[in-house]
Design a protein around this ligand. Sequence first.
Ligand SMILES: O=C(C[C@@H]1CCCCN1)Cn1cnc2cc(Cl)c(F)cc2c1=O
Ligand SMILES: [Mg+2]
Length: 567
Amino acid sequence: MKQSKIFIPTLREVPAEAESISHKLLLKSGMIKQNARGIYSYLPTAKRVLNKIEQIVREEMEVIDGVEVLMPVLQQAELWKESGRWDAYGPELMRLQDRNKRDFSLGPTHEEVVTSLVRDELKSYKRLPITLFQIQTKFRDEQRPRFGLLRGREFIMKDAYSFHADESSLDETYHDMYNAYHKIFTRVGLNFRPVLADSGAIGGDHTHEFMALAEIGEDTIVYSETSDFAANIEKAEVAYTPNHEHTSLKDLEKIETPNVTTAQALADFLNVTVDKIIKSMIIKVEDEYVMILIRGHHEVNDVKLKSYFKTENIEMANDNEIENILNAKPGSLGPVNVDQIKIYADNFVQDINNLAVGANDNGFHYLNANVDRDFKIEAYGDFRFILEGEALPDNLGKAKFAEGIEVGQVFKLGTKYSESMNATFLDEQGKAKPLIMGCYGVGISRTLAAVIEQHHDDKGIIWPKAISPYEVHLIAINPKKDDQKELAEQLYSQLKNQYDVLYDDRKESAGVKFNDADLIGLPVRVMVGKKAAEGIVEVKRRDNSESQEVHIDELNDVLSSFYNAVK
Ligand SMILES: O=C(C[C@@H]1CCCCN1)Cn1cnc2cc(Cl)c(F)cc2c1=O
Ligand SMILES: [Mg+2]
């Protein structure tokens, strides 16, 4: 392709709102243009990379008998009402009405649609198992779209759904999909880790997320250097072995604590370390308010609370809900004499006694509050985030943290949708049973961005060969010189039969061409310059800048050795 004909609007400067490297480079290298917040146009070089990522996904889906379909983006509300999710989701679900005022959503995912498709077609166990997948634009009205393609409101996903007569068949497909993801993310050149994840609203406890390691990643991975344990921090359990630092029971004492509204402030006020403080918070579980107690140096993990109370419908109580229950503001809350709501505590609260807690009286706290004497604990549980360096359960080593970008996720759905939507099949005894399902996603556009996060330098992108928009960048340094122009044209007609060539034939300065070539990031470039008359050109790698001058008679061999050397 001639660069004078293509559309790659590279920029010298990027808008300030671009924070992540990939967002900056996607804009600067002319791969995307923003239309609205979280909504982008993919320009030619981005589209070519997407095509290559999609092609790799298709190949690996084919290997495990995945069958490609394309379902509608517009989803009738009736299906979401059958599954109960029409009311379960809030503003994130993009909704609209057709000309007859009928409700639709723009699909964020397709469990309902695919289940309705299959329930009408797959009625016999003989037709199972089957895995359908699509590659399609999804819509989720994120409250805070950011980091370019890493978190958009419109994005490209490969979503697959498998249907089974029994659990063991689901286990097989889950395993196959897990391995297929390993191959996909390896082939696109990502440094990734599969991690145990929380299955959230979907239920069940089998889900893995595939995390591309990157500092910008919004997920925190907990892993061990002495075992292959890896989990999303939302899920990582904290092993509890009692380590009671109890002292003799002291009398409850109410003290005045003006302007003390945080655990650290109370610790400073009492001249103790913050782990001696107990934080009390009020959450709403469905329609019931409960109090959660946690040590001052720990943070509550909302995903663990949802998993413990078995509902997604958990919110932090707001200030006036708290006032109505405890007649105090957050910052002075505590468990003493609280019997109108249940009190739960993180396991580690058991390790200390004579607790410093809020007095449910603004500006006052209690010292020496003790469980059973002064308040009742309904139950202890694992409600907190693990801290780096803490022991992992089952002697799996010590917790190490890393940031990750979730680029894939595999779930065992079970019968959540087939029961609510009455998708059954006839088993060998002719008995109607709900289909058992799995679902599996790859963030295609997010993968493109994650690759850039991991493959760049200060001059631009460094594409892994397998998904590079083109393979060779042919640059006529000064096409105004006939000898350079003619040799470049000759090489273009020769090389384009062996490689995907982007030929920079523009009448731009050498500096502009080299800057753009560094930004666009093709793996190898051939430069036709001053020595064109002697038939000498320069071959150069983008990854390590290794270069070599070569006579065009040797170009094929040198170019293929350079190209083969690049990952
Ligand atoms: O999408 C999944 C599970 C899997 C992921 C892989 C491919 C198949 N689906 C989870 N999820 C995430 N965000 C959502 C956002 C909205 Cl607005 C919604 F209505 C539904 C969902 C939703 O269900
Ligand atoms: Mg996740």
